[in-house]
Design a protein around this ligand. Structure first.
Ligand code: ARG
Length: 461
């Protein structure tokens, strides 16, 4: 990045040069150069429209496009000299264009402002990134479904309040995460509709005096529509807020998942193991194998939430139309995009390395009297009201705790002390396999349901 005393494109009415610190303070090129590809695509579409509407000649249009394509190559091969003094990606490219092709380059900015230009760049960039995030969500869902398929009937303890509640299948548990990611994906698709609208032609704030063809530019750039109010188009960033909110929800889900991975891997549970390649060690404790990767995903969630809150605050109370505050929208957006993509990449890679320790899961599910609800349901079938059945089973559990026995280890006569409705068919109900397989309805944990859901989800992805 050079800070040569480049002539400012807006310098006509100024007599003194910009203070050097002010140059540093106001520049955005150090990070908005990431938008260069979209800036050039937008400029090419714009000059094609200027030629079509005879605002510039076909020859001028061709010369400008050739110059822009050359610049695109220079940027791609790292030969382009970015200058802080030229402030942002737009003016860097325009200045070099004039250097390359001469006077005709000065016609590029006809009927346009950096205000509609930056709004266009961000929308084009974000549209691509949304598509990329969706692909990564699909990868994570596929990994989850594959593991769920392997473990459609693996029994584990289901928890509420972090206490053993009822036995569930591990496959069912994993598919819960797929449901969350499906909603995340549909939120992004919804957000994309509002991102994919062309602001070009709004110019600085009021539109332009030239007879432009906004729909033609929009069509070239693949936008579905054009914005309907120039003041709104150059100033609002609600579409970025929507993306950051969707990204925050993705991170919220990934952080919850991360927490479970950490818990499942702990010595206390020993439900799963991760491949060495996806764990890290301790510099002092030689025995350690730590789940730092899910912990980092959990931690990075804070950055994305922060970026959402930052943009909401940047936008709060901004009067119409464009204000320079808006330049602060980009750093947080880029950071959120990078973070979400990295964290999804983590889980697409990590999930396939999960190995399951069936016995630990089963043992934990046996403990904690997790079939107590099944016993109560059994009594209801025998004619007892549920609330009375609940009370009876409470007493049975009390007895089991006192005698240090599992529910399934109680004898028929022990059980019958609490209700003569209990017969010897009760033991099927007290077994974990019976408990899960009878929850066989849409949304239930039965292995048969897990299989049905997997078939549905595979079609949906
Ligand atoms: N760098 C600015 C931004 O990111 C460009 C937009 C127009 N700037 C201006 N001073 N009107 O928002």
């Amino acid at each position: 990045m050079t800070s040569d005393k480049a002539k400012k494109l807006w310098g006509g009415r100024f007599t003194a040069p910009t203070d050097e610190f002010v140059e540093q303070f106001t520049e955005s090129v150090s990070y908005d150069k990431r938008l260069a590809h979209y800036d050039i695509a937008g400029s090419i579409a714009h000059v094609k429209m200027l030629a079509k509407t005879k605002i510039i000649s076909k020859k001028e249009c061709d010369e400008i496009i050739a110059g822009l394509k050359q610049i695109e190559e220079e940027i791609a091969s790292n030969q382009f000299k970015w200058s802080t003094a030229l402030e942002d990606v737009h003016m860097n490219i325009e200045s070099v264009l004039v250097e390359h092709i001469g006077e005709v380059g000065k016609k590029l900015h006809t009927a346009r402002s950096r205000n509609d230009q930056i709004a266009t760049d961000i929308r084009l960039y974000l549209r691509d990134e949304i598509d990329d995030v969706v692909l990564k969500i699909n990868e994570v869902m596929t990994a989850l479904i594959t593991l769920a398929d392997e473990h459609y009937d693996t029994i584990m303890p289901g928890l509420t309040h972090m206490q053993s509640a009822q036995p569930i299948t591990f496959g069912h548990h994993l598919l819960a995460w797929v449901e969350m990611l499906l909603r995340d994906r549909s939120r992004l698709a919804d957000c994309r509709v509002r991102v994919n609208v062309s602001p070009l032609g709004s110019a600085a704030l009021a539109g332009t005096t030239f007879s432009i063809d906004r729909n033609y530019v929009a069509k070239i750039l693949g936008f579905d529509e054009v914005t309907q109010n120039s003041l709104d188009a150059v100033s609002d960033r609600d579409f970025i807020v929507e993306f950051l909110a969707s990204a925050s929800l993705i991170m919220m889900h990934l952080s919850r998942f991360s927490e479970e991975i950490v818990l499942w891997m702990s010595q206390a549970n020993q439900f799963i193991n991760l491949d060495d390649a996806w764990c890290t060690g301790s510099s002092i404790m030689p025995q350690k194998k730590n789940p730092d990767i899910p912990e980092l995903v959990r931690g990075k969630t804070g950055r994305v939430y922060g970026n959402l809150l930052a943009l909401l605050t940047i936008m709060k109370a901004q009067p119409l139309a464009y204000n320079r505050d808006n330049q602060e929208d980009k750093a947080g957006l880029f950071d959120a995009v990078d973070t979400v993509k990295m964290c999804l990449t983590v889980y697409a890679g990590l999930i396939p390395t999960i190995t399951v320790r069936h016995e630990s899961m089963l043992e934990a599910a046996e403990e904690g009297y997790t079939t107590a609800t099944d016993l109560a349901d059994y009594l209801v079938v025998q004619g007892l009201a549920f609330r009375d059945a609940h009370a009876v089973v409470g007493k049975v559990v009390q007895y089991a705790i006192k005698n240090n026995k599992l529910l399934s280890a109680l004898s028929l006569s022990e059980l019958q002390q609490y209700s003569e409705l209990i017969k010897d068919d009760v033991f099927a109900v007290l077994k974990l396999e019976g408990s899960v397989s009878t929850r066989n309805h849409v949304g239930g944990t039965a292995p048969a349901q897990v299989k049905t859901q997997i078939a549905r989800l595979k079609k949906q992805i």
